[in-house]
Design a protein around this ligand. Structure first.
Ligand SMILES: Cc1cc2nc3c(=O)[nH]c(=O)nc-3n(C[C@H](O)[C@H](O)[C@H](O)COP(=O)(O)O)c2cc1C
Length: 188
C-alpha cells in the first residue's frame, strides 16, 4: 500500500472494471503519444509469471501499417487510431526454462491485455482485443524479430458514436453463475 488506496480509490477501480466495454466503433482522431505511453506504462505493471516480463509491446499509430494490420485480422472490426500488439519473446521464455506449452507466458498475455484495456478505459480511450489475425502476416507487417510471437492485438481509438453503452455485455450474468464454492465436506 502506498497510502492513497482508500475506499474512494477502491470504489473508482471497481467502477472502472464494471463499466469497461470492448469498443468496436472508433473515430479517426489520433491518440496523443503521452496517452499511449501512459497505457504502455500501465501494461508494464501487469503481473507476469515468475516476474519475468516475457511480453513485448509493439505499437503503431501509422495509418498505412494499421490498414495492413486490419487487412490480415478478420476479427478487427474497428478502424483503430493505434494498436498495441502483445508479443511473447519465446527465446527469452526458453532461456528462463519455460517449456513451449507452459501456461505462465500465455496467462501473461491476458494480464497485459486486461491491464491495457482498463488503462485505456481510465483515460477515456476505447480499446478492443483481437486474436483473430494471421500471426505470420502480423509478424511480417510489424517486422518482428524471429523469436517474438504476436499473440494479441489491442485496438485503440476514441469511441465512435455507435459504440455500445457502458453496461456489461451479458445482462443477467452474475458472478454466482460463474462461481462454485468448495468446503472440506462438500461443494455448494
Ligand atoms: C482473448 C480474447 C480475444 C478476443 N478476440 C476478439 C476479436 O478477435 N474480435 C472482437 O471483436 N472481440 C474480441 N474479443 C472481445 C470479446 O468478444 C469481448 O470481451 C466480449 O464480447 C465481452 O464484451 P465486453 O468486454 O465489452 O464485456 C476478445 C476478447 C478476449 C478476452
Amino acid at each position: 500500500m502506498t497510502g492513497d488506496e482508500g475506499p474512494e480509490r477502491g470504489a473508482a477501480v471497481l467502477q472502472a472494471i464494471r463499466s469497461r466495454r470492448v469498443v468496436r466503433a472508433m473515430t479517426a482522431e489520433p491518440i496523443d503519444r503521452e496517452t499511449l505511453e501512459t497505457v504502455l506504462d500501465a501494461a508494464r505493471w501487469a503481473p507476469t509469471a515468475g516476474n519475468r516480463h516475457l511480453q513485448r509491446f509493439v505499437v503503431t499509430d501509422d495509418a498505412g501499417v494499421l490498414r495492413v494490420l486490419r487487412a490480415v485480422s478478420p476479427g478487427m472490426l474497428p478502424r483503430p487510431a493505434a494498436a498495441i500488439t502483445i508479443c511473447t519473446d519465446r527465446g527469452l521464455a526458453a532461456g528462463y526454462g519455460f517449456p513451449p506449452d507452459a501456461p505462465g507466458p500465455f496467462v501473461d498475455v491476458g494480464t497485459a491485455m486486461a491491464t491495457i484495456l482498463l488503462a485505456a478505459h481510465a483515460l477515456g480511450v476505447g480499446a478492443g482485443p483481437v486474436t483473430s489475425s494471421s500471426r505470420a502476416a502480423v509478424a511480417k507487417v510489424l517486422r518482428l524479430p524471429d523469436s517474438w510471437r504476436p499473440e494479441l492485438v489491442v485496438c485503440l481509438g476514441h469511441p465512435g458514436p455507435s459504440s455500445p453503452p457502458p453496461v456489461h455485455g451479458r445482462p443477467g450474468l452474475t458472478w454466482r453463475d460463474l462461481t462454485r464454492w468448495v468446503t472440506r465436506d462438500r461443494p455448494s
